[in-house]
Design a protein around this ligand. Structure first.
Ligand code: NAP
Length: 288
């Protein structure tokens, strides 16, 4: 068994690489952007035909949401064509493709947790390009899992932002007298290590191919997430709910993008805990 992890120095890819190495030591190949460009079919073919993995895990994406609006072509090249290229090579190698997508494929109008059969309606270019990537995989790949995740944080920072929300809040608490956070967008913060553990279990259990929502249990607003960060870490700060529209940007985002892990539960393999319990584990690991 050989496993290729694409984006292995990213926020999610790093944890996946580490967790899989515990079970499949020596058989997991980590690939960074320097090793492979998923938007380029020649690069995908030459790198993956050399490794011949049985499992390809793609965490690579262009997910800077405001920048995707400006660099539309790049967004579709990485998030859609990249997914298409990986679907093609997976078939050639008879490999299983694990691909990551986003809660942002939904428009947020449902106001109750979205399940995998709910109809997506992406609001911005990032989300549109990710949905197109999902659809390419569904059309082309013979053996695939698409895992929709949300609100990631973990040991390694996001390559795009250089931090995660937890780290940002703890940093701001040291720098500012007051921290203002929006209370009108609801999601489910999810610890990347839990996603890596879930993926590892999926490799072992081989559930039905298809789309899986893969987030922590429960939901919160970004303000409630920040409040929990300060409560759990014992950091005293003046946290204030931002007024609606205070951080308004041109880019549309869903106000409600909570996902229900319906398919993982149907398969009897959902390992996710309540979001605050995952957050407690993560903050404990920081040894503040
Ligand atoms: N972060 C979130 O909260 C969130 C929420 C929902 C869904 N997601 C999805 O979760 C996945 C993982 O996100 P993440 O936060 O772990 O991202 P990340 O930290 O930015 O990591 C992405 C990785 O992909 C690499 N990459 C970018 N373009 C590439 C290309 N064309 N070819 C090969 N590698 C490329 C990056 O390398 P360089 O940095 O060197 O370019 C980086 O190693 C993505 O699919 C994202 O859409 C994330």
């Amino acid at each position: 068994m050989k496993i290729a992890v694409i984006g292995s120095n990213g926020q999610l890819g790093s944890d996946i690489y580490e967790v899989l190495n515990e079970s499949y030591s020596g058989k997991v190949m980590g690939l960074t952007h320097n090793d492979i460009d998923i938007s380029n079919l020649d690069s995908v073919n030459s790198v993956l035909k050399e490794i011949k993995p049985n499992i390809i895990i793609n965490t690579a994406a262009f997910h800077n949401v405001p920048l995707c609006e400006k660099e539309r072509e790049k967004a579709f090249a990485v998030n859609s064509r990249g997914a298409e290229n990986l679907a093609k090579i997976s078939n050639e190698l008879r490999a299983i493709l694990f691909h990551f997508s986003t809660d942002y494929v939904f428009d947020g109008k449902k106001k109750r947790p979205y399940i995998e059969t709910d109809k997506p309606n992406p609001l911005n270019i990032y989300a549109k390009s990710k949905l197109e990537g999902e659809n390419k995989i569904r059309e082309i790949a013979e053996k695939y899992y698409i895992l929709r995740v949300a609100g990631l944080y973990g040991k390694y920072p996001s390559r795009v932002k250089g931090y995660n929300f937890v780290g940002l809040m703890l940093k701001l608490a040291k720098e500012r007298d007051e921290i203002r956070v929006v209370d009108n967008e609801r999601t489910t913060p999810t610890y990347t290590k839990e996603i890596a553990e879930q993926l590892s279990l999926m490799i072992k259990k081989e559930p039905a191919f298809g789309i899986y929502h893969a987030t922590a249990e429960g939901e919160c607003s970004w303000y409630e997430f920040a409040k929990a960060i300060f409560e759990i870490s014992g950091v005293k700060t003046n946290l204030v709910k931002a007024a609606p529209g205070e951080f308004a940007t041109e880019v549309k985002r869903p106000k409600y993008s909570v996902l229900e892990n319906f398919n993982l539960k149907r398969e009897g393999i959902n390992i996710f805990s309540y979001w605050k319990d995952e957050l407690r584990d993560y903050i404990k690991s920081l040894n503040l």
